[in-house]
Design a protein. Structure first.
Length: 493
């Protein structure tokens, strides 16, 4: 796959998956690939090899994303700085909740969260269910955008007719149905009402809310140590966890679409590539994709939106809220785009018996996404948190699946927490849509799919069979923080 096709791929990926408050970071210089079984993190409870992958994955997605090229190396991880933020927060004096307000607050918490036998706070089954239906709607939207871009780039009248009369109405219907499921099966109104209640009433008692945040992340329990190489990590997974038994949408690029995407590619992408003039020899590129949300049971994202805390003057803010944002940690990875069943059709020259040349097309599966043709040094001021000090793609060491990034703190060895151990046994045994037993403990890393779709699919072509056991990370979706902290000026500190 040449640089022209790679530029088109990144451009389309941005158009499909980016939003107003996010950007994509691509592991283009250091492709990150896994076997499907490697991502079954439930095995981490009793299989050292799987635990190593979980530790590596947790470190990757908790690194600070610094631009369009993901390099995955840093001196700190999100769980470390999050612990520091909580410890250094300044809170105003608590107000007084009325008995009725206190009751409303506790009822909202009870719907949204679950307290396990160790006192750790995690998402309730209802809340986790809400997030899965929300993410299913995201996936339906992404599939629609991907197919729409391909249709709009096509000059074939019959293909355009097919899109307008058949494919577009069908995909729009799937988006509408996914949103309806989010509203009904995901209890969207009830969950968001409870979130609003906690946000509003929490202002009256900042200490109460801070205590909930602190209980949700206890480093002595939440930071694990791998049994084999003594690596520290805060377990971080993705949701839904059972995507590999589902059918994935298709992501396609034709030569015609590649040409149009390259012409419209944003400057920050053009600037990182080597030569992208001329014509590509890629006739088509296709793969299956699936975006998944990153699950951090130990992190409460409400921290970033709360206006009742601030830092001492000697501590830098996390984000100034601008775009591009600046600060000590202005972005975090909120989702991942996986790819599998990658197939490229290449245009090649073949010599006839009479010595003349002819063009032939060769279709071949690619197990994983290859290294991209990127310039050796990259600075992308438009999406970096500190463009004057960060140089991307500079002496980057490839990240292999058996290489663990070095943590910046060391902990005493301890056994896996009972919550973490019991979680897999409880959740992997549950059937979709069933209720959680009141006596059970669980962990959202092992949330089952809220779906009855169990069909395992394998793509085939008339020339090649491909397997879905090789999984690549196409991109990290990075969330932009609002101004953080942003204390209410009406509060008396």
């Amino acid at each position: 796959m040449d640089a022209i096709a790679q530029l088109a791929l990144m451009t389309k990926t941005k158009l499909v998956f980016e939003s107003q408050d996010s950007f994509l970071s691509f592991p283009a210089l250091t492709p990150i690939n896994y076997k499907q079984d490697d991502l079954d993190f439930a095995k981490a409870l009793n299989k050292p090899e799987s635990e190593i992958v979980l530790a590596e994955f947790s470190q990757l997605v908790n690194s600070l994303p610094e631009g369009v090229i993901f390099h995955g190396q840093g001196s700190e991880f999100l769980w470390e700085v999050y612990d520091q933020w909580l410890n250094n927060m300044l809170l105003p004096k608590d107000g007084i909740m009325s008995p009725d307000e206190k009751s409303q607050y506790e009822q909202a918490k009870e719907l949204l969260t679950y307290v396990d036998a160790n006192g750790l706070i995690t998402d309730s089954l209802v809340s986790a269910n809400y997030k899965q239906y929300r993410d299913a709607w995201f996936n339906a939207e992404e599939n629609y955008k991907s197919q729409q871009l391909s249709a709009e780039s096509c000059n074939d009248d019959s293909a355009k007719y097919q899109w307008k009369t058949v494919d577009e109405p069908r995909l729009k219907n799937l988006v509408s149905q996914a949103f309806a499921d989010w509203e009904n099966k995901g209890q969207k109104t009830a969950i968001e009402h409870s979130q609003a209640v906690i946000e509003q009433l929490g202002k009256s008692s900042p200490t109460t809310v801070w205590n909930d945040w602190r209980k949700a992340f206890d480093p002595s329990l939440d930071i694990q140590i791998t049994s084999s190489n003594k690596t520290n990590y805060a377990p971080t997974g993705f949701s839904p966890s059972g995507i590999f038994s589902q059918e994935w949408p298709s992501f396609k690029l034709t030569k015609e679409e590649i040409s149009k995407l390259v012409d419209s590619a944003p400057k920050e992408l053009r600037d990182i590539f080597e030569e992208t003039t001329g014509e590509t020899n890629v006739m088509s590129l296709s793969f299956e994709f699936r975006s998944v949300a990153i699950v951090r049971p130990w992190l409460k994202k409400e921290v970033f939106d709360a206006h009742f805390w601030k830092f001492p003057e000697n501590i830098s803010p996390l984000s100034d809220g601008n775009n591009p944002a600046k600060g000590s940690w202005p972005y975090y990875i909120s989702a991942i785009v996986f790819a599998r069943n990658i197939q490229v059709v290449m245009q090649q020259t073949s010599q006839n018996q009479d010595g003349s040349n002819q063009l032939v097309y060769h279709a071949a599966p690619i197990k994983t996404l290859p290294k991209f043709y990127i310039k050796p040094r990259v600075i992308s001021p438009s999406i970096l948190s500190s463009a004057s000090t960060i140089e991307l793609a500079k002496s980057i060491t490839p990240i292999e699946t058996n290489q663990i990034l070095k943590p910046s703190i060391q902990l005493q060895e301890k056994p896996i927490s009972p919550t973490f151990r019991l979680a897999a046994a409880t959740y992997m045994a549950l059937e979709p849509e069933k209720s959680l037993p009141s006596s059970a403990t669980f962990h959202p890393l092992f949330m089952p799919l809220m779906s009855n779709t169990t069909t395992n699919t394998t793509n085939t072509t008339n020339t090649t069979n491909t397997t879905d056991h090789d999984i690549s990370i196409l991109a990290f979706i990075c969330k932009r923080l609002p101004k953080t902290p942003d204390p209410d000026t009406a509060i008396k500190w």
